[in-house]
Design a protein around this ligand. Structure first.
Ligand SMILES: [Zn+2]
Length: 168
C-alpha cells in the first residue's frame, strides 16, 4: 500500500477505529480490564461497556493511540512514514508532513518507535543470508528459454530465499 492508498483508505477517525477493532478483536470486543467477551456498544463514540465488570473501554486502550487527541489518520500516516524511512525520520519532518505541532510529532514518534521495538521478533545481532533456489537452467529446453526470453546469465529464473537468524 502506498501513501496515497493509505490516506484514501483511512481518511477519517471512524474507518481507522473499524480497522483497529477488526484487527484487535476478530471475534468481537474483549474487555481490556477483565477479558470478558460480552459487551455492549455505548452511544458515546466507539466505546464498549463490559457486561461483566461494567467498565467502559475502547479499542485504543493499551495501544500507541491511547488517550490521543490527534486524529487517527495522522497516526496511521506517521506509522507509515516512520516504517518507510530507511534512514529514519526526524520529529521535525513528521511535524511538517502531518501539519501537527512539534510536541505532538515528537510524542507520536516516541510511541511508535517504542511499539515497533517491542513488536520486533528479531533483536540484537541478526545474521542474514540469501540464496536462490530453482532448477538449473541447463535442464530447460533451449527453445523454452528463447521463447520466454529467460536471461542466459544471472538468477532471474530462480526464487530468492532470505534467511534471518537472531544470535541471542
Ligand atoms: Zn470487563
Amino acid at each position: 500500500m502506498d501513501l496515497v492508498q493509505l490516506t484514501t483508505k483511512f481518511s477519517d477517525h471512524s474507518c481507522c477505529i473499524e480497522y483497529l477493532e477488526a484487527l484487535r478483536w476478530p471475534e468481537g470486543p474483549v474487555c481490556h480490564y477483565c477479558g470478558c467477551g460480552r459487551s455492549s456498544r455505548l452511544p458515546l463514540e466507539h466505546r464498549q461497556k463490559c457486561l461483566s465488570c461494567n467498565r467502559s473501554f475502547s479499542v485504543l486502550l493499551g495501544t500507541v493511540f491511547e488517550a490521543t487527541k490527534l486524529p487517527l489518520p495522522n497516526w496511521f500516516t506517521a506509522i507509515y512514514l516512520i516504517a518507510d524511512a530507511k534512514q529514519g525520520i526526524s520529529s521535525l519532518q513528521l511535524c511538517r508532513h502531518l501539519n501537527v505541532n512539534k510536541n505532538a510529532a515528537w510524542l507520536m514518534q516516541k510511541r511508535i518507535r517504542r511499539a515497533m521495538k517491542e513488536q520486533s521478533y528479531l533483536q540484537g545481532i541478526v545474521e542474514l543470508d540469501e540464496t536462490y533456489l530453482g532448477g538449473s537452467r541447463s535442464n530447460k529446453k533451449l527453445a523454452e528459454i528463447q521463447h520466454k526470453k529467460i536471461p542466459k546469465a544471472g538468477m532471474l529464473h530462480k526464487t530468492p530465499v532470505l534467511g534471518m537468524y537472531e544470535r541471542e
